[in-house]
Design a protein around this ligand. Structure first.
Ligand SMILES: [Zn+2]
Length: 164
């Protein structure tokens, strides 16, 4: 159960190697962006008040809601205590499930960005344009690579949590 700094250190180490391997790929930057996003801002440990939540500044209160739902450690009944610390993790630390539920939590921000873009384009909210932007933004390689990078970073985090 390494702390924030050690998680970042390991993620950066593995991330650098991964980037060297996939740098030939034209979409590799999206993968790396997703990887960094999950490492520093939107990773598994958003389920606890700490450095990752603080990285969001004032928006950390929004993630307070996330950590209320996805509790870091599952409470006394199912807990696995090592040195008095509950090391068993909930769904925030399940591969894919954790990443996808955090993406669901980002929907208000994503929706705001699309509506804002629509306002800029039409000087008003054009719903059909918002929907068009939304669809064209998700059915593409860029988004897939970005989410892929997040899943890999979260996967590494989960493996490291189990190691120590
Ligand atoms: Zn963790």
């Amino acid at each position: 159960m390494p702390g924030y700094q050690r998680h970042n250190f390991h993620n950066m180490k593995v991330g650098s190697i991964l980037f060297l391997i996939i740098s030939f790929d034209p979409y590799s930057w999206y993968f790396i962006a997703g990887y960094l996003f999950a490492t520093f801002l939107c990773g598994c440990d958003l389920d606890t008040r700490g450095d990752m939540q603080n990285n969001w500044g004032i928006l950390r209160y929004y993630w307070g809601l996330y950590s209320k739902i996805f509790v870091h450690g599952k409470g006394k009944k199912k807990s696995k205590l090592i040195d008095g610390v509950d090391v068993k993790r909930g769904p925030s630390h399940w591969i894919l499930v954790g990443t996808l539920t955090r993406l669901l939590f980002l929907i208000p921000f994503i929706a705001f960005a699309f509506i804002y873009n629509s306002v800029v384009a039409f000087k008003g909210i054009e719903i059909s344009y918002v929907i068009y932007l939304f669809q064209s933004s998700f059915y593409n390689y860029e988004t897939l690579y970005f989410i892929g990078g997040m899943v890999v970073a979260d996967g590494l985090h989960i493996i490291l949590d189990k190691q120590e």
